[in-house]
Design a protein around this ligand. Structure first.
Ligand SMILES: CC(C)(COP(=O)(O)OP(=O)(O)OC[C@H]1O[C@@H](n2cnc3c(N)ncnc32)[C@H](O)[C@@H]1OP(=O)(O)O)[C@@H](O)C(=O)NCCC(=O)NCCS
Length: 102
């Protein structure tokens, strides 16, 4: 029904940083708070392990995801990247950062 994956960043980042690699909820379960709870759990996990930043990349225009991340305190950084690996079309991704205070 839903899953998230968190791990070491797959790009150069400070040692205090974890990356939220993925968060997915089956569409028929959207808008019930499940995605937000998964992201909140990832933030708590990162904090409990002593990390002070959680980062992720989000395809621009993915409004449900952007809304979820912004609501939970993620802010877009100045970094963007482009990829054509997924659909054959160029996709633009925005880098988001959540600073974790303990
Ligand atoms: C992003 C995703 C995980 C959100 O899951 P969810 O269970 O619907 O999340 P929530 O119910 O907690 O809703 C979070 C916010 O997204 C909004 N949202 C969810 N589905 C939406 C939709 N179809 N259209 C517009 N907004 C939507 C909710 O309204 C909510 O914002 P609000 O609290 O301001 O109203 C889910 O849409 C998903 O799995 N998408 C496909 C995979 C994906 O894109 N993952 C992110 C990759 S970066």
């Amino acid at each position: 029904m839903a899953f998230s994956i968190i791990g070491r960043p797959r790009y150069e980042a400070s040692p205090e940083t974890l990356e939220l690699w993925a968060v997915n909820v089956l569409p028929r379960f959207w808008q019930r708070g499940i995605g937000s709870r998964l992201v909140e759990r990832a933030i708590r996990y990162a904090a409990s392990k002593g990390f002070n930043r959680l980062e992720l990349w989000c395809i621009e225009g993915n409004l449900p995801a952007e809304r979820t991340y912004k609501k939970l305190g993620f802010r877009a950084s100045a970094h963007r990247r482009s990829s054509s690996n997924i659909t054959g079309h160029t996709l633009h991704e925005t880098h988001y950062i959540k600073t974790i205070s303990r």
